[in-house]
Unconditional design. Structure first.
Length: 527
C-alpha cells in the first residue's frame, strides 16, 4: 500500500487527476453496460392511445411499481414478461376503451333541467360513439371516428335535407377492399334513419378517399362485384383444369390461364301469344220472344133486321190471326292467350379463352436428358378433355389452345435456416463482450501500470537498502519479465561487516520499517 501511495505521489497532481477522471469514466461505462445487461426487454403494451387513457394507464403502472417507457404517439412499453397480465388487468379495471363514449353520455348527467337541444346533441353523440365502437371491433380497423349530420325536420317543408355521415378510419398499414368499405357504409346507413349508403364519406389515416359520399360509389361497387365474379370463374376453371392435366402430364408440368368474358346485362322480356286452336267459351247468352196477334171484323149484316128500329142485329165476326216467335243466341269464345314475363339477370359467361402450356417428357439418350414433346394426337386428346371440362361452346366463340414447350427451370429458393442466435441474444452477447473488453482495458492500462510502478519503487528501495548495507544481489535473482521481488543471497557476503554499515542498516530499518520487514521475509522464504 505504501508503494502505491509513493507511486501516486511521484506521478504528480496532473497525472493523478487524469487517472481519477479515467477511473470515473470507466466506472460510468461499466454502470451503463451493467444497466443495459440487467435491463428487461420491453414490449408494446398499448399503442396510439388517447391522452386521457395514456395518463390513466401510466398512473396505474406507477402505482404497481412497473417500469415502463413511452415512445412515439402515446405508445406504452413494459417488460416483455408482464405484457399479457397487464393487458388483462387494465382491461378488467376499465382503463382502456373509454375514450369513445356511447350511450354512457346519458349516465353522466341528469335529465332534469336539460333542454331538448342538449338531449338531441347527446343522442347524436351516443349514436356516433356506438357506431365508432362497432366499426373499431372489426379486425382490420385500429380506430374509427364517426360524424353524423342529422338535419332538423322542418314543418311544412316541401323538400327535406337528407342526413349525411363522415367516417375516419385508422388502418395502420392495411388496405381495405371495395367490398369492406361498402359493408361499413351500409352498416352506418342502416343505423341512421333516412341515411342512404351513398351519402356516407369514408377516408383512411393516409387521407385516401375510400367512399366519396356523392352517390357514384355504387358504380365502383358494382365494378368490384363484376371483377370478383370474373376472377372467381377464371381461378376456379384454372384450378380444375390444372388438377386434371397434372394427373396426365405430371405435377408442375401444366400452366393454365383462363380468360372469361362475362355478360352482366339485365334483360327483361314481356311476350304475349295467341293460339286460335285453343278456343274456350267465355260467355253464352240466349233469348226467345213469342208474339200472337188476331184482327176482328164487327160489321152488321145487311138486311131488314139491321134496319128495323129496336132490333139487335148480330152480325158475323170475321178476322185474321198472326203468331210471331223470335229467338236470339250469343256465344263469345276466348282464344288461347299466353303472357310471359322473363327476366335474365347478368352474370352469364359470354366467351371463354383457355391457354395451356404443357411440358413434354425427358428421356435418357446417351446418358443425357433429351426433351421429347407430346405427339399431335396426344395434344388433341388433351384439348378434347379440356373442352369437355369447361363446357366448350363453339357458337359463342370459345377457344382452347394447348402448346407443348419445355419449361425454364425455376431458380431454387435458398432454404431458410433458423438463426443460431436471435437478435436479442446477439445484443446481450455484445453487451457482455463490451463489459469484458472494458475490464480488460482497465486491467492492462490502469491497474497493471500502477502495480508495476509500485513494484519498481519497492525494488529500488530494497536495492538501495542492500547497497547501503554492503549486500549484493545474485545475478540469478535479477528482475524478470514478470517483475519478481528482489532476493538477497546471504551466502555471497564474505568477511566481516563494518559497524558503520550495521548502524546504517538500523537507520534504514527505522526509516522504512515496512520495506525492511519485506526484505527480511524474502530472506526467510525458502527457495
Amino acid at each position: 500500500m505504501e508503494g502505491i501511495l509513493a507511486v501516486l505521489r511521484n506521478m504528480g497532481p496532473a497525472r493523478v487527476m487524469t487517472l481519477v477522471l479515467t477511473a470515473f469514466l470507466m466506472l460510468g461505462f461499466f454502470f451503463v453496460i451493467l444497466s443495459r445487461v440487467n435491463a428487461p426487454n420491453y414490449a408494446l403494451l398499448f399503442a396510439q392511445l388517447e391522452t386521457k387513457d395514456a395518463a390513466a394507464i401510466t398512473a396505474r403502472l406507477d402505482a404497481l411499481n412497473v417500469p415502463y417507457q413511452i415512445k412515439g404517439e402515446a405508445s406504452i412499453y413494459v417488460p416483455e414478461d408482464q405484457v399479457g397480465g397487464l393487458r388483462l388487468q387494465m382491461a378488467g379495471e376499465g382503463l382502456i376503451g373509454n375514450s369513445t363514449k356511447g350511450y354512457e353520455v346519458f349516465d353522466d348527467s341528469s335529465s332534469f333541467g336539460t333542454t331538448s337541444l342538449v338531449q338531441n346533441i347527446n343522442a347524436r353523440r351516443a349514436l356516433e360513439g356506438e357506431l365508432a365502437r362497432t366499426i373499431t371491433s372489426l379486425p382490420m380497423i385500429k380506430a374509427a371516428r364517426v360524424h353524423l349530420v342529422l338535419p332538423k325536420r322542418q314543418l311544412f317543408a316541401k323538400d327535406e335535407t337528407e342526413p349525411t355521415a363522415s367516417i375516419t378510419l385508422n388502418l395502420g398499414d392495411r388496405v381495405l377492399s371495395a367490398e369492406q368499405v361498402q359493408s361499413i357504409t351500409h352498416l352506418v346507413a342502416a343505423a341512421v334513419p333516412k341515411l342512404a349508403p351513398n351519402k356516407v364519406t369514408v377516408i383512411d389515416n393516409r387521407g385516401n378517399v375510400l367512399a366519396s359520399g356523392k352517390g357514384d360509389d355504387s358504380v365502383a361497387g358494382n365494378m368490384g362485384v363484376v371483377n370478383k365474379f370474373r376472377n372467381d370463374i377464371e381461378s376456379g376453371m384454372e384450378s380444375h383444369i390444372s388438377q386434371m392435366l397434372e394427373r396426365v402430364v405430371g405435377v408442375g408440368k401444366a400452366n393454365v390461364k383462363v380468360t372469361a368474358e362475362v355478360n352482366f346485362d339485365r334483360i327483361e322480356e314481356n311476350s304475349e301469344s295467341y293460339d286460335p286452336d285453343q278456343q274456350v267459351v267465355r260467355s253464352e247468352q240466349r233469348s226467345e220472344e213469342s208474339n200472337n196477334s188476331q184482327e176482328k171484323n164487327n160489321t152488321p149484316p145487311v138486311g131488314l133486321t139491321s134496319n128495323v128500329p129496336g132490333q139487335n142485329a148480330t152480325g158475323t165476326s170475321v178476322g185474321n190471326s198472326e203468331q210471331q216467335i223470335r229467338s236470339e243466341e250469343t256465344i263469345n269464345y276466348e282464344i288461347g292467350r299466353t303472357v310471359r314475363k322473363q327476366i335474365k339477370e347478368g352474370g352469364t359467361v359470354k366467351r371463354l379463352s383457355v391457354a395451356i402450356l404443357v411440358e413434354g417428357k425427358y428421356q435418357k439418350v446417351d446418358g443425357q436428358d433429351t426433351y421429347v414433346p407430346y405427339s399431335q394426337a396426344e395434344l388433341d386428346k388433351l384439348t378434347a378433355l379440356v373442352k369437355s371440362a369447361i363446357g366448350f361452346d363453339e357458337s359463342r366463340g370459345d377457344v382452347v389452345e394447348i402448346i407443348d414447350m419445355p419449361f425454364t427451370p425455376l431458380p431454387e429458393e435458398p432454404e431458410y435456416k433458423e438463426p443460431f442466435l436471435s437478435k436479442g441474444e446477439i445484443m446481450k452477447l455484445a453487451e457482455y463482450g463490451l463489459l469484458f473488453l472494458g475490464l480488460l482495458t482497465i486491467l492492462l492500462f490502469v491497474v497493471r501500470p500502477i502495480l508495476r510502478q509500485a513494484q519498481d519503487h519497492m525494488r529500488s528501495q530494497q536495492e538501495m537498502a542492500m547497497r547501503e548495507a554492503g549486500l549484493t544481489l545474485d545475478d540469478d535473482q535479477e528482475e524478470t519479465d514478470d517483475v519478481q521481488e528482489a532476493m538477497v543471497n546471504l551466502s555471497q557476503v564474505r568477511g566481516r561487516v563494518k559497524e558503520s554499515s550495521i548502524k546504517k542498516v538500523a537507520e534504514i530499518i527505522e526509516q522504512s520499517p515496512e520495506e525492511s520487514v519485506a526484505v527480511i521475509r524474502q530472506w526467510m522464504t525458502p527457495e
